[in-house]
Write a protein that binds this ligand. Sequence first.
Ligand code: B1M
Length: 214
Amino acid sequence: MADLARISEAVIVGNADRTQQLVKQAIDEGTDPEKIIYEGLVPGMNVVGDKFRKNEYYVPEVLIAARAMQRGMDLLQPLLQGRKIRTLGKVVIGTVEGDLHDIGKNLVAMMLKGSGFEVIDLGVDIKADDFVQKAEEEGAHIVAMSALLTTTMPSMKKTIEALKQAGVRSNFKVMIGGAPVTQGYADEIGADGFAPDAASAVDKAKAVSYTHLR
Ligand code: B1M
């Protein structure tokens, strides 16, 4: 009988080899892949998020844990193909137009994935219309934007305007973040959520997301 708590522990300490080995063992023993994710990998990542919030872990530890989690997911993903798995919602995320910073955005994307969201990462320098098109195409629940430059923050507003222009603003929750971004700015441009770091981005995404699959 697979010990899923050991998988959580391997993720928490960022041991990718061990995570992979334990996940493989669990699969070989016939444990349901979803169970491995939601009772092994995800709880581990939740602890990592918690430690990050309490300043017990910093960015490198989180990245290492996320890599361990991904190694486990790599084995599970082929087994989940074609299967409608339980997710907390679908997030389309990107760094806004004119902005090439992606370290924080990647961290947020990894933490969201690790917490059970389906994440479509569009990359950097994403135009407003591309956010709209992808969000629609993917049937996303959340449009998540990152900006690191004060000069690119207005691109967030532009995306919200583009969602309105396309008549689909109410179909999505919009979340924003990045070093220069504030709750005040989120309120000003009509975003649904702001988070100052990757761990609180997960909390915020959970708060704004629908909990069912569309
Ligand atoms: Co640039 N850069 N950079 N840079 N860079 C900053 C941001 C800057 C503050 C440096 C400075 O002057 N002190 C400054 C911005 C000033 C401003 O506008 N306020 C700056 C500048 C000016 C520039 C250039 C214009 C420099 C130039 O060419 N003259 C240029 C712009 C290029 C462009 O984007 N068009 C530029 C380029 C670069 C590099 C390419 C060299 C590189 C980016 C590499 C990469 O990302 N792949 C770079 C870097 C590394 C930085 C610093 C040093 C670090 C940013 C970072 O990765 N932080 C940065 C100075 C600094 O912050 N010390 C700086 C770590 C990361 C984990 O934190 O991204 O804040 P952060 O993400 C956090 C939270 O903000 C939050 O969660 C994350 C994790 O906790 N978060 C979200 C982020 N997105 C979120 C989304 C959410 C929720 C939370 O919901 C959707």
